[in-house]
Design a binder for this molecule. Structure first.
Ligand SMILES: O=P(O)(O)O[C@H]1O[C@H](CO)[C@@H](O)[C@H]1O
Ligand SMILES: Nc1nc2[nH]cnc2c(=O)[nH]1
Length: 290
C-alpha cells in the first residue's frame, strides 16, 4: 500500500471526486450496494450489462491483498435492479485504516445507494451452529470500535451523518424479515440462522479463551470485517442487510482434536456455499423496494 495513501484521512471531497469519476464512466445509477466476503465474489459474475473497475484504477480506493478478494467494483443489473458490487473488500488487518476500509461505502452514499448488502465468512462461536450454515446478521459486537478504532473517530462531517449515530437497529428489521422469509421459500430453512456477528481485527484466528469470551458476550460468529462498513453505512443513513457464511467452527476446548481454522478452509467453504448465497441475495434484490 502506498504510504502516502495511508497517512491521510479521506474527506467528503475525496468521496465526491471518486463518485464523479465512476459516474462519468458508467451509465448505471445503482440504488443497492453489495460487498462480497471471502470466497463469495461469484455474485458479481451473475450481473448483466456490467461495467467493471479494478480497485487500483479507482481514485482513493485501497486494494485488497487477501486471496478470495478480487478487488473489482462491478456495476450492472441484477433481477431488474441496478446494483454496484464490491467483488472483494479491504480489511483493517491489511494495514488499512477504518476510514479507508469504509471509503467505498461513503462513495456508495454519494452514488445514492439506499441499501447495502454485506456478506462475509465467519467462524461459529455458537456451539449449535454448523459449518456451511448461513447466518442473517441481526446485530454486531464491535470490539475494535469500542476500543476506539472505528471510521467515525475524528472530525465529523455532518454531510455524511450525525456526530452520535445510534446503532441499536443497525441491521434493518424489515430487510431481515424479507431475507429470512425468502430463505425459507428457497428451501434453506435447515441451514439458515439469525444471529450476532462479532468483529475482531485479525489477522490471527482466535484463541480458545477468546472464543469462550465471545460466547459469554453473546456472539454467535466471529470475523474480521463488515462491522466498520456497517457503521459507516448507518452513519450516512444507508439501510443494511447482512449474511454471514459459517465457514468453520471455532475451537472452544483446549487440547481438543478439533480442526484449527485456516484461510484455505474458509475459502473452500465460502465457495461451496457461494451458489446458495447468490440465490438468496439475487432473490432478495429482486424483492426489496429500494
Ligand atoms: O470477512 P471476510 O472478508 O469474508 O473474510 C473472512 O475470512 C478471512 C479469514 O479467513 C478474514 O478476512 C475474515 O474476515
Ligand atoms: N476471526 C475469524 N474470522 C473468520 N473468518 C472465517 N472464519 C473465521 C474465524 O474463525 N475467525
Amino acid at each position: 500500500v502506498d504510504g502516502s495513501v495511508l497517512d491521510r484521512e479521506e474527506t467528503y471531497e475525496d468521496a465526491t471526486s471518486t463518485a464523479e469519476f465512476l459516474l462519468s464512466r458508467t451509465d448505471h445509477r445503482p440504488t443497492i450496494g453489495i460487498i462480497c466476503g471471502s470466497g463469495l465474489g461469484g455474485l458479481a459474475n451473475v450481473l448483466t450489462d456490467t461495467d467493471s473497475f479494478e480497485f487500483r484504477d479507482i481514485p482513493n480506493f485501497a486494494t485488497s491483498t487477501v486471496p478470495g478478494h478480487a478487488s473489482k467494483l462491478v456495476f450492472g443489473s441484477l433481477q431488474g435492479k441496478t446494483v454496484v458490487v464490491m467483488q472483494g473488500r479491504v480489511h483493517m488487518y491489511e494495514g488499512h485504516t477504518a476510514k479507508q476500509v469504509t471509503f467505498p461505502v461513503r462513495v456508495f452514499k454519494l452514488l445514492e445507494v439506499k441499501i447495502l448488502i454485506v456478506t462475509n465468512a465467519s467462524g461459529a462461536i455458537n456451539r449449535t451452529y454448523k459449518m456451511g450454515d448461513l447466518m442473517v446478521i441481526c446485530d454486531h459486537i464491535n470490539l475494535v470500535g469500542l476500543a476506539g478504532l472505528n471510521p467515525l473517530v475524528g472530525d465529523n462531517d455532518s454531510r455524511f451523518g450525525p456526530r452520535f449515530p445510534p446503532m441499536s437497529s443497525a441491521y434493518d428489521n424489515d430487510l431481515r424479515s424479507i431475507g429470512l422469509k425468502l430463505s425459507e421459500e428457497l428451501g434453506m430453512k435447515e441451514f439458515v440462522r439469525e444471529g450476532v456477528y462479532s468483529f475482531q481485527s485479525g489477522p490471527m484466528f482466535e484463541t480458545v479463551g477468546e472464543c469462550r469470551l465471545l460466547n459469554v458476550l453473546g456472539a454467535d460468529v466471529v470475523g474480521m470485517s463488515t462491522v466498520p462498513e456497517v457503521v459507516a453505512a448507518r452513519h450516512c443513513g444507508i439501510r443494511v442487510f447482512g449474511v454471514s457464511v459459517v465457514t468453520n467452527c471455532c475451537v472452544m476446548e483446549l487440547d481438543s482434536d478439533d480442526q484449527e481454522p485456516s484461510h484455505d478452509e474458509v475459502l473452500e467453504m465460502g465457495e461451496k456455499r457461494s451458489a446458495d448465497v447468490q440465490r438468496l441475495i439475487s432473490k432478495f434484490v429482486g424483492k426489496i423496494i429500494d
